[in-house]
Design a protein around this ligand. Structure first.
Ligand code: TRP
Ligand code: SF4
Length: 341
C-alpha cells in the first residue's frame, strides 16, 4: 500500500555525477518502494535563468534535448523503475502551465520577492532586469508538486523555502475556494552524505566547478580523476605522517569503503600508507560500486528508443492525473467546463 505521493524534479543538467547520485537519486530509488512517485525533468525551470558555459538556460538551449535524455538515462540506470515511478519531462504535461497561470493569480508578489533563491540567482548571475518567469519560479514549482497532489517532496535544504511556499499556496487556494483540493505538502529533508568536490573537501561536487566524477565516466576516467584528487599536501612520501581529515580521498573512502575506513585512517596517520596505493584502493571500490549502474547505462544508450518510451509512458500516467486535478481546480474556480476536462 502506498503511504502517499512523492513528487520531485531536477533541472536538466545532462549526465549526473556522484553528488547527484548519493544526494538525491539513491533516496528517490528508496522512496519508490513505499510511495507513488512522480519524478520529472524540469525543462521549463531551466529556461528561467540565462545559462551559459555548459548550463542550459534561455540564452543557451542548444543541448537541452540531449541533456534531458542523458539525465533520464542516469535516473533509470541508478535504479528508478518505470513500473514503480512515473518519470517524465515537465513540459510534456502542458496542464501544468495552466495550473501555473491560475496559481499566479493568487501568489502575492511579496512571497516571490522574499524568496531567497530568487535573490541568489539575481546576484549570482548578475541579472540586471530579472524576468517575470524567474520571479515566478516557485509558483511553477508549486504547480509541479500540487498537480500530482504531492504529499512529500524529497529535496535539499536549498529548496525548503519553495516547498514552504507550496504549502502556503495550497492553503490559500483551499481556503479561497472552500474545498481541500490540495494536500499540505511536506519537504523530506533527508540526511545525505556530503559529497565533496575532487579539489577540496569543503566544496560541493558540481558540474559547473568541474570537480566531479560523472556516472557516465568509464573506469579509467574515474581512476584518472581519483589520481588527481586533493590529498594532504604535507604528505609527500609513503612514510610521511598524513592528516586524513583534510583529504578528499579519505572522504570518499568514507562513502565507498566504510568497512576499511578505520584502517585507512590509522595507516595514514602512522605513515604506513602511501597516497598512490590509497587512491588505487579507492578506485577499485568506487568502480566496483558503479559497475552495475554503468552497465545499465550502456544498455540504454545502445537502445535509444527505450528511454523515449519510458518518458512517454511516464508523461501519459502523469497527464491522466493532471487532467483530473485541473478539472477539479477549474470546477471550484467556476471556470466553464471544456472538452476533455
Ligand atoms: N527547483 C528545483 C531545483 O532547482 C527543481 C524543481 C522544479 C522541483 N520543480 C520541482 C523540485 C518540484 C521538487 C519538486 O532543484
Ligand atoms: Fe589521503 Fe590516503 Fe594519502 Fe592519507 S594516505 S593523505 S587518506 S590519500
Amino acid at each position: 500500500m502506498s503511504k502517499g505521493r512523492v513528487t520531485s524534479g531536477m533541472r536538466p543538467t545532462g549526465s549526473l555525477h556522484l553528488g547527484n547520485l548519493l544526494g538525491a537519486l539513491n533516496n528517490w530509488v528508496v522512496l519508490q518502494e513505499e510511495y507513488e512517485c512522480f519524478y520529472f525533468i524540469v525543462d521549463w525551470h531551466a529556461l528561467t535563468t540565462p545559462g551559459g558555459g555548459d548550463a542550459v538556460g534561455y540564452e543557451n538551449v542548444v543541448d537541452l534535448r540531449s541533456k534531458i535524455r542523458e539525465m533520464a538515462i542516469d535516473w533509470v540506470s541508478a535504479g528508478l523503475d518505470p513500473n514503480k515511478s512515473s518519470m517524465f519531462v515537465q513540459s510534456h504535461v502542458p496542464e501544468v502551465a495552466e495550473l501555473h497561470l491560475l496559481f499566479s493569480m493568487i501568489t502575492p508578489l511579496g512571497w516571490l520577492e522574499r524568496n531567497p533563491t530568487y535573490r541568489e540567482m539575481v546576484l549570482g548571475y548578475k541579472i540586471e532586469s530579472p524576468s517575470y518567469g524567474l520571479l515566478g519560479y516557485p509558483t511553477l514549482q508549486s504547480a509541479d508538486i500540487l498537480m500530482y497532489k504531492g504529499d512529500f517532496v524529497p529535496v535539499g535544504r536549498d529548496q525548503e523555502a519553495h516547498v514552504n511556499m507550496t504549502r502556503d499556496l495550497a492553503q490559500r487556494f483551499n481556503s479561497l475556494y472552500g474545498k481541500d483540493v490540495f494536500p499540505i505538502t511536506q519537504a523530506l529533508l533527508t540526511d545525505v552524505p556530503k559529497v565533496p568536490g575532487l579539489d577540496d573537501v569543503n566544496r560541493k561536487m558540481s558540474k559547473s566547478a568541474g570537480n566531479h566524477i560523472a556516472i557516465s565516466f568509464d573506469e579509467d576516467e574515474t581512476t584518472a580523476k581519483i589520481r588527481d584528487m586533493f590529498t594532504d599536501p604535507l604528505k609527500i612520501r609513503k612514510n610521511d605522517v598524513g592528516h586524513p581529515d583534510g583529504c578528499v580521498v579519505y572522504a570518499f573512502h568514507g562513502i565507498y569503503n566504510g568497512k576499511e575506513l578505520e584502517v585507512v585512517r590509522s595507516e595514514c596517520e602512522a605513515g604506513d600508507r602511501g597516497c598512490v596505493d590509497c587512491k588505487m584502493q579507492l578506485s577499485g571500490r568506487m568502480n566496483e560500486a558503479l559497475r552495475p549502474i554503468r552497465s545499465r547505462r550502456k544498455e540504454l544508450e545502445e537502445k535509444p528508443g527505450m528511454i523515449d518510451e519510458i518518458l512517454r509512458a511516464g508523461a501519459g500516467k502523469a497527464r491522466a492525473i493532471a487532467r483530473e486535478t485541473l478539472a477539479e481546480v477549474r470546477e471550484v474556480m467556476n471556470l466553464p467546463p471544456r472538452k476533455g476536462l
